[in-house]
Write a protein that binds this ligand. Structure first.
Ligand code: HEM
Length: 427
């Protein structure tokens, strides 16, 4: 009996699984991996969903394309994340046993219980209502400063919203929270762009090399940061985590290692994802001017618009899970320890779950998988929402008459969406 059934999770009825032609999956992925494919992946996702709810992946493992199954697996208590032990068992050492992969294996989203439970508890309620209220004034101040510069640039023609605003706000916000010197922000942001390749599904050897080097530098940076906070503890999250870990972990080195992984992952988790929500929401609203005008009159509906943008074009389109035992999913056998990729981007446009899924509709109020689900549900979701709310509120108030002023460009990646440029003009 599968674990999902033991847990009483109602599995979707097994659809008759027609054999899938591997070449057609390869063809969809090779197009998804291009900048062109990323500019509109919806057609490609529709092709993938048409192949089945569970599609064998040509490189091994499976893809889960339906909303229902993605949702169930995220919330399952028995499905696992690919932790260090899983990585160490893989034959493809060049992919899974690099130091970048081992570094990821130690971070919170790559831990399974009981380690996950212990580490997640140690983080504390860092983004609760009070903490966010305390951060909001500073995020608002930063937003207005960034928009001042954006407005100046707009006076001369198209201005790149990504470079001037959406790439800046998240690093300044998380940098101030972690109390990282301003002078290091650009360096750290550039390292995170390179590090992400190790979290992609098919990194090329040169991307893996970039990722290795950035992981080494991130390791150096955050090890030094933890050491420094040990020497001079302050009123900051890293010092707070050191106090928590010292109280529960007699081995000082292990405590430092746990705090290092937390600080590192908070930075990695907070940058590209939040930048994408900021630029992606602005792009979608500029492409739908009637909804943008409606929002100007109903700014209290901004949170709904942000949720619809998270559904329509979430920053993370694939989430990995590992089967705890041999299991049947929608008529397809998944072997024990096999990896499945939850295709959140495809699931967000599943017509079995959403009416008219390809329509961007800010009044939809959708449930979505943008922040994951279950025990790994995004710890920073409230912070990301607050940044998006501050920025969009200020944009609506300050800058009417914006239009897209050139072709947006996307990074040719599949799992982590990244809008590189969004040229905007003022008319
Ligand atoms: C819009 C921006 C963001 C999006 C779309 C996002 C998305 C996600 C998703 C999908 C997961 C689950 C991964 C999985 O199940 O394997 C996750 C986990 C996580 N996120 Fe976010 N994230 C965002 C912003 C942030 C921010 C700003 C922070 C922290 C400052 C953060 C910290 C985390 C952490 C620590 C986890 C791991 C939680 C765990 O495993 O228990 N995220 N995020």
């Amino acid at each position: 009996m599968s674990d999902l059934r033991k847990e009483g999770v109602a599995l979707q009825p097994a659809l008759a699984a027609a054999p899938v032609d591997r070449r057609s999956v390869v063809s969809v992925f090779s197009r998804l991996r291009t900048a062109d494919g990323q500019s509109n992946p919806l057609l490609l996702y529709a092709k993938l969903r048409a192949m089945g709810d569970v599609v064998p992946a040509p490189w091994g493992g499976h893809l889960v394309t339906s909303y229902g199954l993605c949702h169930q697996l995220l919330r399952s208590r028995s499905w696992r994340v690919p932790d260090s032990a899983w990585r160490a068992r893989q034959d493809d050492a060049a992919r899974w046993n690099t130091s970048a992969s081992r570094q990821m294996g130690g971070t919170l989203p790559m831990l399974n219980p009981p380690d996950h439970t212990r580490v997640r508890r140690s983080v504390g309620n860092v983004f609760d209502r009070n903490s966010l209220a305390g951060m909001r004034t500073s995020v608002e101040r930063t937003t207005h400063r960034l928009l001042d510069r954006f407005e100046e640039e707009l006076a001369y023609g198209p201005a790149d919203f990504c470079a001037l605003v959406s790439e800046e706000l998240p690093i300044i916000t998380i940098g101030e929270w972690l109390q990282i010197p301003r002078a290091d922000h650009a360096f750290l942001r550039s390292l995170t762009h390179d590090q992400v390749y190790t979290q992609e599904l098919f990194p090329t050897p040169s991307q893996l090399a970039l990722s290795e080097e950035s992981s080494r530098q991130l390791h150096e940076y955050f090890t030094a940061l933890v050491k420094e906070r040990r020497r001079r503890p302050g009123n900051d999250p890293v010092s707070a985590w050191l106090r928590v870990w010292d109280a529960q972990e007699p081995d000082r080195e292990a405590a430092d290692g746990a705090v290092y992984s937390l600080a590192l992952f908070m930075l990695l988790a907070a940058l590209e994802t939040t930048s994408h929500v900021l630029s992606g929401t602005v792009r979608l609203l500029l492409e739908h001017p009637r909804q943008l005008n409606w929002l100007r009159v109903h700014p209290e509906q901004l949170p709904d618009a942000i949720d619809e943008a998270l559904r329509y074009d979430a920053p993370i389109h694939m989430i990995s899970r590992v089967a705890p035992e041999e299991t049947e999913l929608a008529g397809v056998t998944v072997r024990k320890n096999e990896m499945v990729q939850l295709m959140a981007g495809a699931a967000h446009h599943d017509p079995a779950h959403y009416a008219a899924p390809e329509t961007f509709d800010i009044r939809r109020r959708p449930a979505h998988l943008g922040f994951g689900g279950g025990i790994h549900f995004c710890l920073g979701n409230a912070l990301a929402r607050m940044e998006a709310d501050c920025l969009l509120t200020a944009l609506l108030e300050r800058l009417p008459g914006l239009r897209i002023g050139g072709s947006p460009r996307w990074e040719p990646r599949v799992a982590f969406r990244r809008l590189i440029t969004l040229p905007v003009v003022r008319v």
